[in-house]
Design a protein around this ligand. Structure first.
Ligand SMILES: [Mg+2]
Length: 178
């Protein structure tokens, strides 16, 4: 699998898997006096996620967190494969690939911290945001110039869809913005 360059991999991606905290969010949580936690997600990432689903890509989210608000937000973007509370991400990956008859080499994964380390070694195209921890940057085939929650998800989605001629601007069709 390592014979391909990063650009070459983009052509073969059928499946995107994202971590939540520090990737789909900027990694911060606002905590209220009642202990409720608020996360921030990026609308531009959301638009690209929705477009990817509409273009027929498999889009999956695997997170160690268990926030149901996260599930609702992602479901509203059309994402069906949402695995929260995943303590063993590699196990979820293996089952997901088997169930959907997918190959690991066609998967782009984006993670930012040590819980993503093992799973990133099992997929074709491991990627990370600019502010990922050094260990994750070291094993990534691509480090986005964007940070977690600041457009890193959009960055990789857009690159793959552009290379495959599926991005809105290249075919005149666009998803609804919300
Ligand atoms: Mg994370």
């Amino acid at each position: 699998m390592d014979y391909m360059s990063y650009k070459e991999y983009l052509k073969h991606i059928t499946t995107f898997i994202f971590d939540v905290d520090g990737v789909l969010t900027d990694g911060t949580v606002k905590v209220t006096t009642e202990g409720e936690m608020f996360r921030t997600m990026n609308v531009k990432d959301g638009y690209a996620l929705k477009t990817a689903v509409e273009k027929g890509f498999k889009v999956c989210v695997i997170s160690g967190g268990t926030n149901e608000g996260v599930r609702v937000r992602l479901q509203n973007l059309g994402i069906k494969d949402i695995f929260l509370g995943a303590s063993q991400k590699t196990q979820v990956l293996e089952e997901y690939l088997k169930t959907n008859n997918l190959k690991a080499e066609n998967v782009l994964y984006m993670g930012d911290d040590l819980p993503d380390f093992k799973i990133m070694q099992e997929v074709g195209l491991p990627t990370c945001p600019q502010d990922a921890v050094p260990e994750i940057k070291a094993i990534s085939k691509y480090v986005s110039h964007k940070k977690g929650g600041k457009g890193c998800v959009r960055d990789v989605l857009e690159q793959v869809m552009k290379v495959q001629g599926k991005w809105a601007i290249t075919n005149g069709v666009s998803a609804k913005y919300d």
